[in-house]
Design a protein around this ligand. Structure first.
Ligand SMILES: NC(=O)c1ccc[n+]([C@@H]2O[C@H](COP(=O)([O-])OP(=O)(O)OC[C@H]3O[C@@H](n4cnc5c(N)ncnc54)[C@H](O)[C@@H]3O)[C@@H](O)[C@H]2O)c1
Length: 284
């Protein structure tokens, strides 16, 4: 990965942090995108220490704000000459039923509409750096996602679980549509289920006894963040994945996502509706 530039959103915690360390160890220039300067600076030091690679930076990004996404992308386009790998890893659960100042459902914006806009705005750099790769960190929870174009912004009906599941289904559909749109550009897009790991993703469980029990069970039954990062790393670097696009990976292997995730008409329609919802002026 020497000479390659990688962006990892949410690279300061959990699976994203382990992904960042791994790609830095492989010699890439790693840019982590995170909300807080202090957490970004601490993670940067940790990644440099773990990898021995000083070529690590952080940039501020709050996916709850489309303005922040735009500013982040403008900074990257100004500072970086290339972008070889974009990993849309950041996400949150349990954000409740509130709207952002952009008028979007908070959980949907953090997990889908924000990453959608971010990817869209970085496409020119990804295209000019081709062959390049987009990795969308999804979840097996997408199997519970539903597609209702009248409820994209979760206004008719919502629950924390349905927001999370729908956002991951939409991420899979965005992956499919990206692969269609980028067919001739040598930019690939794939989705990943990292597996279950005890991370800050579960911090919204406010009862500390329940949270600690959940974390202990996950630690006992599943894997740690290092293992959970391996599929993102595999799809980012492996020659076996070169040229493959529009696929879903888990456990470093191609897997079939849900039937809805594979529907090209849904993917096209979602893309066009999302362009409008994030206020992209030139729709395609
Ligand atoms: N941990 C699991 O069991 C599991 C299972 C399936 C999928 N995933 C997915 O893996 C990815 C990484 O999650 P994790 O488990 O490492 O959790 P985590 O909470 O440790 O990491 C999530 C990252 O996203 C960032 N983030 C949250 N809201 C943000 C915002 N508004 N703007 C910018 N960044 C924001 C957090 O700061 C954090 O760095 C997520 O996409 C998650 O949905 C995790």
């Amino acid at each position: 990965m020497v000479g390659k530039v990688v962006i990892i959103t949410g690279g300061n915690s959990g699976i994203g942090l382990e992904t960042a360390k791994n790609l830095a160890e492989r010699g890439a220039k790693v840019i982590i995108a995170c909300r807080s300067a202090s957490r970004g600076a601490a993670a940067k030091e940790e990644i440099i220490k773990a990898s021995g690679n000083p070529n690590v930076n952080y940039e501020l990004l709050d996916l709850e704000s489309l303005q922040s996404v735009r500013e982040f992308c403008a900074t990257i386009m100004k500072k970086e000459e290339r972008l070889d790998v974009l990993i849309n890893n950041a996400a949150a659960g349990g954000l409740g039923n509130s709207k952002t100042k952009d008028g979007l459902h908070k959980g949907m914006q953090v997990n889908f509409f924000g990453p959608f806009l971010l990817t869209y705005l970085l496409l020119p750099l990804l295209k000019s750096s081709a062959p390049s790769r987009i990795i969308n960190v999804s979840s097996a929870m997408h199997h519970y996602g539903k597609m209702d174009f009248d409820n994209l912004n979760m206004e008719k009906q919502w629950s924390d679980l349905s927001v999370y599941a729908n956002s991951k289904l939409y991420l899979n559909l965005m992956t499919l549509e990206l692969s269609r749109r980028l067919n001739n550009n040598e930019v690939t897009a794939n989705a990943v289920h990292p597996g279950i790991a005890a991370t800050n993703l579960f911090k919204h469980i406010t009862n500390s006894i329940i949270r600690n029990t959940v974390m202990k069970c996950i630690n006992f039954l599943f894997q740690d963040s290092w293992e959970a990062a391996q599929t993102s790393v595999y799809v980012a670097v492996s020659p076996e994945v070169a040229g493959k696009s529009g696929l879903y990976f888990s456990n470093c292997q191609e897997k079939k996502p849900s039937k809805l995730s594979q529907d090209p008409d849904l993917a096209k329609k979602l893309w066009l509706k999302s362009e409008k919802l994030v206020n992209l002026s030139c729709h395609s």
